[in-house]
Design a protein around this ligand. Structure first.
Ligand code: SF4
Length: 383
């Protein structure tokens, strides 16, 4: 058993590799992988490649070589998260109700909130994390397209994170007893599987994600860094609210590795007060300020790991080397800059998903599949 300590200080890693190998060798199962944005900026380090060298195409090739039937990108689900979250932000800010709204894609911090700040569990966004949104869509929309039952599909998440394992196991994410996400493997765990299969990731030719759930924009890519969810949401919220195109996509004031960043943005006359935090110490500081009415923010992004998921507990070399984290950060911003589409609402596969299946952001179906609720005083780390 692989055991390593999560930087949140709360969780230890248990490997899912045997179950994943069994699924890959089971002829009756259709096995799908999804990979989070931070994986591509770090897994190359396990194969002697330079820190920060993005290996997206080689990662996809390795997953195809392992025998996955489809390889999807969690960045697609990050784009979907932005569609739902930007809609929720606009609604709550317009009505000036239940503010600040807190981002909800980091299960490490959601677990912390439920246990440490139960009185504030009504303010996070109700959006599921990208991992869980992908699971819900794979086991409904995509299962229908494949003509398969949800229980015949096995969805494996490759995550930089140990808290994602606990998130996938939450009972509310297993409708009718079938989990939306079946197994979660960390970046280090996937590197072990690739080595167990005798594959050298560094020598593989690039391959593309499968469609439709592999198509993503630059906004989805930057979910892996502190400030990325905020920036992605602002790109879509601005264009939704104003009907105008953003002249400049980069919101550089929300970027950086500082534990707490505060700023304001002017969305065509609407001033939004923002805070971006990473690390649970910083989260505690900001949450105590909110509890004591010492600060007024409209939107807050919180990530449990300092610097965001690029520094997650499942990544290689988690020893607080911030020069390495900086290189991973730059890798994701470079991938964003290189994308033809950089705003979530312009992702054609997302647009098709709403046309064919979900209706509008915030629809009854979108709420049933893509939103959740929180449980005050719940401490999943003790289970
Ligand atoms: Fe997981 Fe850390 Fe990312 Fe939160 S910030 S989702 S705990 S890797």
């Amino acid at each position: 058993q692989c055991v390593s300590v999560c930087p949140t200080g709360a969780l230890t890693e248990q490997t899912a590799r045997p179950e994943i190998w069994n699924a890959l060798f089971d002829p009756d199962k259709y096995v799908i992988a999804q990979t989070a944005p931070a994986i591509r900026a770090a897994i190359g380090e396990e194969f002697g490649m330079a820190p920060g060298e993005a290996v997206t195409g080689k990662l996809v090739a390795a997953l195809n070589n392992l025998g996955f039937d489809d390889v999807f990108d969690t960045d697609f689900a990050a784009d979907l998260t932005i569609m739902e979250e930007a809609n929720e932000i606009v609604e709550r800010v317009t009505r000036q109700e239940n503010l600040p709204i807190l981002t909800s894609c980091c299960p490490g911090w959601i677990n912390f909130l439920e246990y440490q700040f139960p009185d504030l569990s009504h303010i996070p966004s109700t959006c599921k994390s990208p991992q869980q949104m992908m699971g819900a869509i794979v086991k409904s929309y995509y299962a229908e397209k494949l003509g398969k039952k949800p229980e015949d599909i096995v969805l494996v998440s490759v995550m930089p994170c140990l808290a994602k394992k606990y998130e996938a196991a939450r009972p509310e994410f297993a409708p009718q007893g079938v989990p939306d996400v079946d197994h979660v493997v960390s970046t280090r765990g996937l590197a072990k599987m690739i080595k167990e299969a005798g594959i050298d990731l560094a020598t593989l030719e690039d391959e593309d994600f499968d469609h439709p759930l592999g198509e993503s924009t630059g906004a989805g890519v930057i979910f892996g860094v502190s400030g990325g969810v905020m920036e992605a949401a602002l790109r879509t919220a601005y264009e939704t609210v104003t009907g105008k195109q953003l002249a400049k996509l980069e919101f550089k004031q929300v970027r950086g590795l500082e534990a707490i960043k505060t700023t304001t943005v002017n969305l065509d006359g609407t001033i939004l007060r923002l805070a971006i935090t990473s690390g649970l110490g910083a989260a505690r500081t900001v949450l105590e300020q909110i509890r004591n009415n010492e600060v007024q923010y409209d939107i807050i992004e919180i990530m449990a790991c300092p610097g965001g998921c690029i520094n997650g507990g499942g990544q290689p070399s988690i020893h607080g080397d911030f020069s390495l984290i900086e290189k991973r950060r730059q890798a994701l911003y470079s991938e964003d800059e290189g994308k033809a589409l950089r705003k979530s609402h312009l992702n054609p596969s997302i647009q098709k998903l709403y046309e064919e299946f979900l209706g509008q952001p915030g629809s009854e179906k979108a709420h049933r599949l893509l939103h959740t609720h929180y449980f005050p005083n719940k401490d999943y780390s003790e289970e």
